[in-house]
Write a protein that binds this ligand. Structure first.
Ligand code: SF4
Length: 363
């Protein structure tokens, strides 16, 4: 079940202009032609170069008209497209203005000049962008793009945890709803979780909601970690047995895992890190290296261009929520200004504090 905070549908007036929450008005734009013309082919040819290893040439005429139309409409709307590392290559390479992990996207969003942010990721990411950028219009192309981890816990659950564990600091992973962030002392990412946990200088901390991230952090600190039974449905599916089978077939394979994987999986990895940490590690490999990325399948496709000499082996687990975002839905978002993501201002203020505490700690 996706947690939705005050999602507001756009309404159109007699002229077809669109009014969003807070009275923001946007003019109606004509639906573009989606023919694969000579003009479209020429304009999108440099973009195809970036995705040609992942999209067969015969399929490009299906994607190209959307890519062409979206890139034109973005300018008319003064919109920026933020794409998560797990988006498909045609989104990541061909229409995104900024690509990265969820925190990178949110932080970058505070620096973009655009009035409108199209969040190509899941709902909690759009919420985070909104609470860090309250003056901007934040849209998500499919409101149903949820997350098993974010949906495992509510703000009410956090309040009950606090009552049951008086005085124990609550650290919340950024992969959570604004409601959950608002009830937390501070947020963390998978790359800074140990640092955030230790920043309190106490012997016990609640690190929620990802049980596996908490267990991986517990291996690196003396602080006692209490947690919650939330899991990422993509990373929980990997097993040590399947990874060891790859290693047995080719002992030179470098296994790079995300800390949302069970500890039995990270125990057999050569490196464990956040998506950014995984990318940095993979890009640091010598040409000819074989790398197995133990994470969502699209990431290897997206970074292949930056590491042409590295062979990525993909045990392909797709995130069904990330894959709800498609080029046709992005086009509809830009045309119809949907779906708008809003966060209750009081909740946003509290949630923003939890995010800012983490960011300040980092500096
Ligand atoms: S990959 Fe996992 S954590 Fe990320 S959005 Fe999908 S279910 Fe959530």
């Amino acid at each position: 079940m996706v947690a939705i905070n005050q999602a507001t549908n756009a309404s159109a007036d007699a002229r077809g202009d669109i009014t969003l929450s807070g009275g923001k008005r946007f003019k109606r734009l004509e639906r573009p032609s989606l023919e694969y013309t000579q003009e479209v082919a020429e304009a999108t040819a440099p973009l195809y170069e970036k995705v040609k290893h992942h999209i067969p040439e015969i399929e490009w005429p299906v994607h190209a008209p959307y890519v062409y139309a979206i890139n034109k409409l973005k300018k008319e709307r003064n919109a920026a497209i933020l794409a998560h590392n797990y988006q498909t290559p045609e989104i990541y390479h061909c229409v995104a203005d900024i690509a990265g992990d969820s925190l990178q996207l949110a932080m970058e969003a505070t620096r973009v000049e655009a009035d409108v942010i199209i969040q190509c990721g899941v709902h909690f990411m759009a919420e985070t962008s909104k609470l860090l950028n309250p003056a901007k219009t934040v849209l998500i192309p499919d409101m149903r793009a949820g997350c098993s981890l974010a949906d495992s816990i509510t703000g009410e659950d956090v309040r009950l945890l606090r009552e049951a564990n008086p005085g124990v600091p609550i650290v919340t992973y950024v992969n959570t709803s604004a409601d959950v962030k608002a009830e937390s002392d501070v947020c963390c990412t998978s790359s800074n979780a140990v640092q955030v946990v230790e920043s309190f200088g106490v012997d016990k901390v609640l690190l929620i909601p990802d049980e596996y991230l908490a267990q991986n952090v517990a291996l690196q600190t003396k602080v006692k970690i209490l947690t919650w039974k939330g899991h990422c449905e993509v990373h929980e599916r990997f097993t040590a047995e399947e990874l060891l089978a790859y290693k047995e077939a080719d002992p030179d394979i470098q296994i790079i895992a995300h800390p949302e994987c069970p500890t039995t999986v990270t125990a057999v990895a050569d490196f464990t890190g956040s998506t950014k940490g995984m990318i940095d590690y993979a890009l640091g490999q010598k040409p000819g290296a074989k790398v197995l990325l133990v994470t969502e399948c699209s990431m290897a496709s997206n970074i292949q261009e930056q590491a042409p000499g590295v062979e990525f082996i993909k045990p392909c687990n797709l995130c069904p929520h990330m894959k709800r975002i498609t080029l046709p839905k992005i086009l509809d978002s830009l045309l119809e200004m949907k779906e708008e993501v809003n966060v209750d201002p009081l909740m946003a203020e509290k949630a923003k504090l939890a995010v800012e505490r983490m960011v300040n700690l980092k500096n």
